[in-house]
Design a protein around this ligand. Structure first.
Ligand code: GLA
Length: 750
């Protein structure tokens, strides 16, 4: 017998239900978390009932969980018997442990090891989710950790996070490492690691490595998520998973500051991945009564290859992560105050087609120029007009102005309101760029508050792009940021904010905090940033936010839970974008991925590409236009108008549909992706070629998720395709042409 949430049941009952369940088997001492197509099992072992990992993978019952636990115990005793081979759910460093710990602390008397015992466990249900909480207590010292496991009815994504607590009667504890979770992988011969690497202008490049006996570290020490690595990993056994088949274990950290994910194989051959806040330069002092809420580290087991994995992440992001108006319930899901499942919207609202002025005008924005661009954009069917950098006082280039968020009276003598009214009359929403976490030394703000930036005594204040980072860890600075943005939004009818952050931390000093844990700035900064965004959402629920950080430098589940979309990359070259967008799609939904059509030749790469090609690449995400429309010919503007109209027809399929990656540029010289409407009523296929040799193969692309008994009509040509043919042979590609593209919209006829 096992105790299921709210009722008593047998093992057989627990299997195969439609609702996800969490159950405890008293005799076997196993906790079992059952998600739609996967299970996670924990055993409580020994007198101390310490939670030990048993299983993360295919669906199992309590009996199997107990059998796995027993056989592993036997094997460890017989063969290895390292203390670390016990695969603890929360590895507290101490004893004979040599694996990467989840938590490491110094107690006041100099003791540094942890010895946990289980103090309490409980399960709660909240709407469509259930949460298991396991509270561990150190055997001798007043330190407690609460481990949370949250599952949903509609996804295999398991959210894990932890809370460290020093009770009122305790003594201060120095936390040297506080990771959110520890993911143990099952026994397999070998593993392959997939991760997303990059830099400014080439974000989210997919890389793969054999996962051997060496340690793999993915991290950011930059104070923000960074372009260098996404807080994402995927592991498949023996490197055998393909796009469509095979088991894949993956994870993502919901944190927008410095982070670290370590993958290792223990001496006994167990593979695990630990991660959370970066422990570099980050001891945290917890005084009696203090609590530390650690960010969510999500995990996903999937049997459908990398394609299945991505679709599961996309669904999770659409259903549970992306910010949307009407957020009401605070949730522990993403610690702090954020919660995103709104009663008002079942899926996030479709993203409007936007225009952004940056590549057209750079800092030279003014009322006349923006009015002109707005009129041209409106003629093309743009729905949201965004004024980028340069609108505020003193901002002629990147050397001055950040911090002084007042409208420049020379550029906008009548303020922003007449421009906003004009934009609204043209039937478009209005958006504005800001970078409120930053300051130029050449600004009134810095002259008044030089102590508000990160700095160390007797050290240079290193500038990047002529700017310094405001210390948001300080509550007074965070309050100023909130008041400033709140003031802008309260005094103007603004629909959209592009929130930028163009440099990483350096000299992250907090002198006012000297002697009292100034290193806490790394994490307190992000906690306050989240708090500001949450308060702005509450105060201005209809305003949409986009996260930008020199392109895609702050893309992660934490920021996505407080924004609706991200600026994917400052590189708008459509050909380069194909690889960036592929990597992005491993972890994040197309709806969140902003993609602009810009000028040709591209300002960054000087590559010339046809307008339709540039559109077809940008139409694979949330479409924007960022070119200098005044220089586009009338014929180009007309073609753009038609392509925007086409995008609006396919938008629900791209933004809310299911994505299949069909062909890969790196392998096929040609990339193709397919989107399938939620109700299977329509399909969209994009293909883009690179530099190709004449008659290069493949010449056709087979489609996925097709009903072979149905017919499909091409909405543009009217041609009807048999489903069986689309499945067996596929659609013809622009096979012999270099830098050619296609966009096919098929309607299912029945
Ligand atoms: C960053 C952004 C760009 C643009 C500029 C403005 O680089 O990524 O899109 O907003 O800042 O300075």
């Amino acid at each position: 017998m096992s105790i299921l949430w709210g009722r008593v049941c047998t093992d057989r009952d627990v299997m195969g239900g439609t609702m996800s369940t969490i159950s405890y088997h008293e005799k076997r001492n196993t906790w079992l978390l059952e998600m739609p197509t996967s299970s996670y099992a924990i055993a409580l072992t020994g007198e101390l009932r310490v939670p030990r990992h048993v299983h993360w993978g295919c669906p199992i019952g309590h009996e199997t969980a107990a059998a796995i636990a027993a056989s592993e115990l036997r094997q460890n005793v017989e063969h290895i018997a390292w203390a670390e081979e016990d695969r603890l759910e929360c590895v507290g460093w101490g004893g004979r442990r040599y694996d990467e710990p989840t938590v490491k602390v110094d107690f006041a008397d100099g003791t540094r090891g942890i010895e946990w015992h289980l103090a309490h466990d409980e399960v709660t249900r909240d709407g469509d989710s259930m949460t298991l909480m396991l509270a561990l207590q150190d055997r001798a010292y007043p330190l407690r950790v609460e481990l949370f496991y949250r599952i949903f009815d509609d996804t295999d994504v398991l959210e894990r996070w932890a809370r460290l607590i020093v009770p009122d009667h305790g003594a201060a504890v120095v936390v040297r490492r506080a990771f959110s979770a520890n993911w143990w992988l099952p026994e397999r011969g070998s593993w392959r690691l997939s991760f997303l690497h990059g830099g400014w202008g080439n974000e989210t490049q997919l890389e793969r490595r054999a996962f051997g006996s060496d340690k793999h570290v993915l991290e950011s020490r930059r104070g923000t998520t960074s372009h260098q690595f996404q807080p994402f990993f995927a592991l498949d056994a023996d490197g055998t998973a393909t796009e469509d088949h095979g088991e894949v274990w993956s994870g993502q950290l919901a944190w927008s500051g410095a982070w670290k994910i370590i993958g290792e194989q223990t001496a006994g051959g167990h593979v695990h991945v630990v991660g959370g806040w970066n422990d570099f330069d980050s001891p945290i002092v917890l005084a009696p009564g203090d609590e530390l809420a650690l960010p969510v580290f999500t995990g996903l087991y999937c049997q459908g290859g990398f394609g299945g994995m991505s679709r599961a992440w996309h669904d999770y992001e659409l259903n549970h992560v992306l910010a949307r108006p009407g957020r009401t319930q605070p949730s522990p899901s993403f610690p702090a105050r954020c919660h995103n499942r709104a009663a008002s919207e079942s899926l996030p609202r479709l993203r409007p087609v936007l225009y952004n002025s940056w590549e057209a005008t750079a800092f030279a924005v003014d009322e006349q120029g923006q009015r002109k661009l707005a009129e041209l954009a409106a003629q093309m069917g743009v729905e949201l007009f965004v004024v980028d950098d340069g609108w505020f006082v003193g901002r002629r280039d990147d050397r001055a102005g950040l911090g002084d968020w007042h409208v420049d009276a020379e550029k906008f003598p009548r303020g922003l309101t007449p421009l906003i009214e004009h934009v609204n009359q043209l039937n478009m929403g209005f958006g504005l760029w800001i970078e409120p976490e930053m300051v130029n030394p050449n600004s009134d703000l810095y002259r008044a508050h030089p102590d508000w930036v990160f700095h160390f005594a007797n050290r240079a204040r290193t500038e990047k792009r002529n700017q310094l980072v405001l210390n948001l860890a300080r509550d007074d600075v965070a309050e100023w940021v909130f008041q400033t943005v709140d003031g802008l939004l309260s005094s103007h009818p603004i629909d959209f904010v592009k929130w930028d952050m163009n440099r990483h931390f350096s000299e992250p000093g907090w002198p006012e905090q000297s002697g009292a844990n100034p290193e806490r700035a790394w994490t307190a900064y992000v906690e306050n940033l989240y708090d500001i965004l949450d308060r702005l959402h509450d105060a201005h629920p209809t305003v949409d936010f986009e996260s930008c950080s020199g392109g895609g430098g702050r893309v992660d589940l934490g920021i996505l839970s407080r924004t609706r979309q991200v600026w994917t990359s400052d590189n708008t070259d459509a050909f380069d974008r194909i690889a960036i967008q592929k990597g992005f799609s491993y972890a994040h939904a197309p709806l969140a991925m902003m993609a602009w059509v810009t000028d040709s030749p591209n300002p960054l790469t000087r590559r010339e590409l046809p307008l339709a090609y540039r559109f077809h690449v940008a139409m694979a995400g949330s479409l924007g236009i960022g070119g200098n429309l005044s220089e586009w010919t009338a014929a180009e503007r007309e073609e753009a108008r038609q392509l925007v109209g086409r995008y609006k027809q396919i938008r629900p399929i791209v933004q809310h549909g299911r994505l299949f990656r069909l062909l890969d540029l790196a392998r096929d010289d040609l990339a193709a992706v397919q989107y399938v409407a939620r109700d299977d009523s329509a399909i969209v296929v994009f293909a883009w070629s690179g530099a190709r040799h004449y008659r290069t193969r493949p010449g056709w692309v087979q489609l996925q998720a097709i009903d072979p008994t149905a017919s499909y009509r091409d909405r543009e040509t009217g041609m009807v395709h048999a489903g069986a043919t689309l499945q067996a042979l596929g659609l013809p590609l622009p096979a012999s042409l270099s830098f050619a593209s296609m966009c096919v919209h098929l309607e299912r006829l029945g």
